[in-house]
Design a protein around this ligand. Sequence first.
Ligand code: FES
Length: 600
Amino acid sequence: MSAHFDPIRFLLNGQDVTVNVHPTERLSTVLRDTLGRTGTKVGCDAGDCGACTVVIDGHQACACLTPVAQVANLPVTTIEGLSSSDMVSRLQQCFLQHGAAQCGICTPGMLMSAANLLDGNANPSRSEVEEALGGVLCRCTGYTKIIDAVLEVSSFSTEPEDPPAGQAVGSSINRLDGFEKVMGQDLFGADQIPENAVSLRIIRSPYHHATFKIGDKDGWISDNPGILAVFTARDIPGKNCFGVIPPYSDQPVLAEKTCLFLGEAIAIVAGESDAVADLDLSEFPVTWQEQEAMLEPAGARALDASLLHGNRKENILVRGFVERGDAKTGLAKADHVVEASFTTPFIEHAYIEPEAGYAIRKGNRIEIFGCTQAPHMDRETVAEIMGLAEDKIRIMPSSCGGGFGSKIDVSFQPLVALVAWHLDRPAFIAYSRGESMRTTTKRHPSEITIKIGCDNDGKITGIEFDGVFNTGAYASWGPTVANRVPIHASGPYFVPNYRATATAVHTHCVPSGAFRGFGVPQAAIALEQVFDQLADKADIDRLKIRLINALDNNMPTVTGQIFTQGVGIRQCLEALKPIWQKACKKAAEHNANADNPNLR
Ligand code: FES
């Protein structure tokens, strides 16, 4: 029997609404789940991302931090209620034209903040816009486009026309799906929950490395009304294994006896949504036996270290290697040599939209709706896991509220498929922010050593590069990172003598995967810093040494690849010259002042 609550009345987008929910229920949950207004997005449920920004009685607020009782008798405006006023439609047009709505998950929050500002201040300054929008995070645009869009609203006159046929290349055009984004109508993974859907919670390892035993799950189910089933590895009809590069596939959907990273899934709890939401998972019948964990590559490579995967000696997933000329000889004949080591940490993608979606069983087929970057790969993976032919799986991608590589790997897809298949009811899950951050792939941490030498004219004579990448417990995109880094670690420069090695090492950490550049940004951070050090040592301007070594068309890269056109690094560096010279002048003045005792 559902609990009885006093009705709470408020004015939503100009209309009287009354809800019978717990007074401390989040306003965001009431708007989305009770009232079906999914234009308001949820990114963190903690007031950090601002995706759920609404306007309450004239003031912007995070709906996730607002207990619904606090809006009793007050006007609340959401993206669905932004008026069709001239100002709002100009604001939406400006967002479209400036490319201010990219993935679009932050767009409703941004528009609410911007409209709230423009309501009281039609001609804001840049800093006023920055201040007003400061509570809403965007992971796609870098903010400039958004701020420019808001600043242009007061002077915006007409919608520019699309360029004529044949002249579109190089022109700025609106996104084809931009209109839905600026209207708050775009559907993301958590925006569509089928009627009668069961909800899921995942039991996950609290240890980096542990064995486990699941106890009396049937007794636990009967002790928890509304919980319908618990699924474990035994319930997987096909192969309990997935991976983005098939020869390296090694990750179970649900661990069978041992968990190799903190947050690894061992069981799925499925039930009615109210029951699942209130569930105390600490009572779940599982006993854990914590094991020694190796979190750093050095420990995992030690000769006496236990192996995460029996067939991978020294816990090495894969090694990459590129050689051109003779790096040792090149360095030996250099007039100046620098050697330095760098480390970079795990980096979370932090897309605003956590993983979310649902599955429906239709006879002997499964349909999955949700956020993904790789629907075809999802289909192949889910087919293998479910033991079904690929044409029995249909993936329907929602809009993807940021992915940056991590949503190429599957996450929620096999979980909802398994439940929908066995219960023959739609199955829905939306990861919490914490679950998303703990369990999905990250940027590979790296330990990089570079030795670089040049002659007195600044010409590179040789580079030695070694990178060790913490690839975590399972392969994911580790092979791509270890193989791609040596190809690109020379940067956009001509390097006659080169030797680069990269090693992806398993540890008991969350799997590292794809993240914009597959390890190359880590290598670039290191390389560009040794370039600075080398320039200083050779007493050559830092920009000049890069221009001296910049690749041009028809010059070979370290792998011998020759681009006959389109190598643009020289032009990029030349474009930086005025800014660089200005910065150098300023630094020289600063140093001169610091040296002058009268000006200290
Ligand atoms: Fe802002 Fe993607 S457009 S988070």
